[in-house]
Design a protein around this ligand. Structure first.
Ligand SMILES: [Mg+2]
Length: 124
């Protein structure tokens, strides 16, 4: 089944690293796009649904935690899987963003194996 991916991170270098790690993980997407903060990501999500979003937390303009809350209000994002990718590893923060509607959490630094483990349940 066709799958689409969006990578949201304020660092262009990190977006490239994430993209490369996704490729190394063996997961295949039909299309990928990028956004530099939560607000930009929401605009793109409004324009067209995405299957999987990999989302940073600490970003200017709109954080990943705020993006998750707002994305869950969008009618076309009910099925979108949002996986957080962050250096933040506090269990309270993880619990809070999962309660807000995130579908998974990957801490930086990450590996292709970690991406495979966290994303493959959403690839069928
Ligand atoms: Mg960041």
């Amino acid at each position: 089944m066709a799958k689409t991916l969006m990578i949201v991170d304020d660092s262009a270098t990190m977006r490239k690293i994430i993209m490369r790690t996704v490729r190394m993980s063996g997961l295949e997407f039909d299309s990928t796009e990028e956004a530099g903060n939560g607000a930009e990501a929401l605009e793109k999500l409004k324009a067209g649904p995405v299957d999987i979003v990999l989302c940073d937390i600490n970003m200017p303009e709109m954080s990943g935690t705020e993006m998750v809350k707002q994305a869950r209000q969008l009618p076309n994002c009910k099925e979108t899987k949002i996986i957080m990718v962050s250096t933040e590893s506090s269990q309270d923060l993880i619990n809070s963003v999962m309660a807000d509607g995130a579908n998974g959490y990957i801490t930086k630094p990450f590996t292709p194996e970690k991406f495979q483990e966290k994303l493959s349940p959403f690839m069928s």
